[in-house]
Design a protein around this ligand. Sequence first.
Ligand code: SF4
Length: 351
Amino acid sequence: MRQHLVFQTAFPGDVFLSVPLLRRLRVWDPEADVALACRPGLGEFFLKWKLVDRVIEVDKKSGEGRSRALADLRGSEWDWIICPHESPRTAWWMWRLRATSGKVAFRKWWNGVVFSKRVEKPVEYPDALRQMSLLAPLDKSLAELFAEDDFSRLKSPDSQRSPWKFDVPAVPEWASMQVVPHRPDGRTVFLAPGSVWATKRWVQSGYEGLARLLIARGARVVLVGSRDEAPLCAEIATRVEGVENQAGRTSLSDLVDLLATGVALVCNDSGAMHAAAACGLPTVAVFGPTTLALGFRPWNTRSVVVQRELNCRPCGKHGAEKCPIGTHECMTQISAEDVYAALGDLMRVQA
Ligand code: SF4
């Protein structure tokens, strides 16, 4: 039995963006087993939805965890290894694994000795397509899709002229991240106020104001987030009467199941935005220090990005702990009413 490995040990959002690549692997080689190497706690979702047959959890924080994962990976004979994760340490790991057909990664000046196929990273495309492009040298029909004339319409938008845009092209089915059916209950709006990076968080008062606006109009409002984001959500829940709080209480897989029951999500440029794409949940994402052109837009046709046009944007690939110019106006200039209006517009567009 052939076995392919996808090695993706980045943050949860990046692993969700590997879903189209994993779906396509099943199409390209339906007889093979597919394994995913990822951070602890992320694999359950991929097993549950049969995107992969096996998960190898790589605990980067512990020496014992790293040794165990490496031994597990070295114990298998892989056919192809596909490696969206780009760090030198990952390349060092890949160098120590066996792959009978070869190893694929994005081209770096230093990684020619490790990878037999190196792909120029198509930086002008959204990240889900960038990751899929790693399969194009092996999968002729995928390469043909990438070569089609209208493929360029999927490029990441580089314009921020309007506060939000509905003219981004639909995500094609062959590149979709949605694997969980969307079954909205007609009244629940989820809010995900957290982000790993402080500057990527829309202001707390904005989430609180939005929650009040929604509750006043009859919506059920539920906060979601990771365990690290639970204190922020708990504080919002104590300040806004009627808000429910599920932050820190769900696994990644449970979070996607929960989101699938809502009518919409409001979040930052964060992992929650990509979890929503996995269940086709309409999403309003508030962008501050990051921009659409960086490639991490919601990979979800039913989505909208609220942002302000400022010369200082973007100020980093991932955001930062502190605003470099001290104002954080990319976020403070966005009001609860702005986001509420965008949400209303998004709901109308679907109708
Ligand atoms: S420098 Fe500009 S984009 Fe970056 S955090 Fe500050 S206000 Fe936002």
